[in-house]
Design a protein around this ligand. Structure first.
Ligand code: ZN
Length: 431
């Protein structure tokens, strides 16, 4: 057993929409810190996706390591702060880095704080209170908002998780077109799905980001082994400078919380709520599909926005009275749930009318004169009333989800719900 406590480094909010990526600082540090420590794990932690002050993925990182000696702790801290100063995009108004250091057993307060950051709006002060209570060292750059995510990243660690392998580019390639062979991505997906996921959407590949950041590509999956295999299948036209496998809360639904009533939905939270369709659906300008949901007391709008593609046309087939469970986030006003998934629990039986059938020959009768409404011309039989028939619903009682290209980082792909049906994920490159 080591006599030195585990040491945690939390970092957040170093990047900007125009470049960089906090995970890249992680990659730089993993290399630099190996001189002074044994790294146990690197985590990539996504925070509440409904908060408006961040325009990108709300990603923070935590590195857990064991210093080689207590005298190395000072060197580790210096290396972290140097890297944050070196790589943060300070000129972006919205970039406010924060760093947290912590030695020893992670306090329950940190765990609780992580959970709060998934569902609530947190102020910088809230983070400082928790940090001071536990004598954690923290560093704020500019307004220091990043200490929120830095603390949350250390607090994360329990529950469901996935992994992401991220490949980084040589510096001279940053901002240039990414040279990743599309066919190799489809082949990798074919061979590793469902133990990797969200690699492709239709004919588009999703593993390469769109921003001019240092990331060449990232593959998400159930365990590090499958990611190493998947990584080896990707062909690139440029050098990969480094790779890191992060443990992450991505693809776990960690942001969702069950609520029983609409009145219980908190601003900026993401919820799972059962109710029945009480209005719509309607298609509004921009191609968004909206319906109204009720819990019996209140009503709330549920929206499948245009980028969710065909998911909208599923939602558009709902009718008043259908019972559904919706999954999605709200903004400050708590007026609209932005749908990520929908579980169609009970479809309403829709009844229509048709002309009756002839009892002699079984054919559909035709409309006749006013007195005898329907008749069979062949058998000379008559009936007066239309019959009721079930109208076939072109939607099933099951779970539907937005396509991978429109999925949030935290949303759990449906395929992961079935993962325990498979044997322990195993993969072989052979044959
Ligand atoms: Zn007939």
């Amino acid at each position: 057993m080591s006599l030195i406590d585990n040491f945690y480094i939390g970092i957040d909010d170093t990047d900007s929409t125009r470049g960089m990526c906090t995970t890249y600082i992680g990659a730089v540090l993993l290399e630099r810190l190996s001189r002074y420590s044994t790294v146990l794990e690197a985590r990539l932690v996504r925070l509440n996706p409904n908060i408006e002050y961040k325009t990108r993925g709300n990603a923070s990182i935590c590195i857990e390591l064991v210093p080689h000696s207590t005298s190395d702790i000072g060197r580790i801290k210096a290396a972290v702060l140097d890297a944050v100063r070196e790589y943060s995009v300070f000129k972006d108004r919205k970039t406010n880095p924060g760093v947290v250091f912590f030695s020893g057993r992670v306090p329950d307060d940190f765990r609780a704080f992580y959970n709060r950051t998934m569902h609530e709006v947190i102020e910088i002060n809230d983070a400082e209170k928790v940090l001071k209570k536990h004598h954690a060292e923290f560093h704020k750059f500019k307004n220091g908002r990043g200490i929120i995510g830095a603390l949350a990243a250390i607090g994360n660690g329990f529950g469901d998780h996935t992994y992401e392998i991220i490949a980084y580019r040589e510096k001279e390639m940053w901002g240039k077109k990414r040279l990743v062979e599309k066919d190799s991505v489809f082949e990798m997906d074919r061979r590793t799905f469902p133990f990797t996921f969200n690699n492709v959407d239709g004919d588009k590949i999703l593993i390469t980001p769109n921003s001019p950041c240092p990331v060449l590509f990232g593959i998400r999956g159930e365990n590090p082994d499958i990611l190493n295999d998947a990584y080896s299948m990707i062909e690139t036209g440029e050098n990969v400078k480094a790779t890191v496998i992060y443990r992450t809360n991505q693809c776990t639904d960690a942001h969702l919380e069950k609520v029983r009533k609409i009145a219980d939905i908190r601003p900026y939270s993401s919820v799972i709520l059962k109710g029945s369709v009480s209005g719509g659906p309607i298609i509004i300008p921009g191609g968004h599909v909206i319906f109204e949901l009720t819990d019996g007391e209140d009503h709330i709008a549920c929206a499948a926005f245009e980028p969710t593609g065909d998911f909208r046309w599923v939602v558009n087939k709902l009718v008043e009275g259908d019972v559904v469970t919706v999954y999605g986030g709200v903004k400050a006003d708590v007026r609209t749930i932005n749908l990520e998934k929908i579980d169609v629990v009970k479809l309403k039986r829709l009844v229509g009318e048709k002309n009756p059938l002839c009892e002699m020959c079984g054919r559909r009768m035709e409309s006749a004169g006013r007195n005898q409404k329907f008749r069979c011309r062949r058998c000379k039989t008559y009936k007066t009333k239309k019959i009721k028939v079930d109208i076939k619903r072109d939607i099933e009682e099951r779970m539907y989800q937005v396509p991978p290209g429109a999925m949030r980082h935290l949303s759990k792909p449906l395929v992961r719900d079935g993962r325990y049906l498979f044997p322990v994920p195993r993969f072989s490159l052979g044959s």
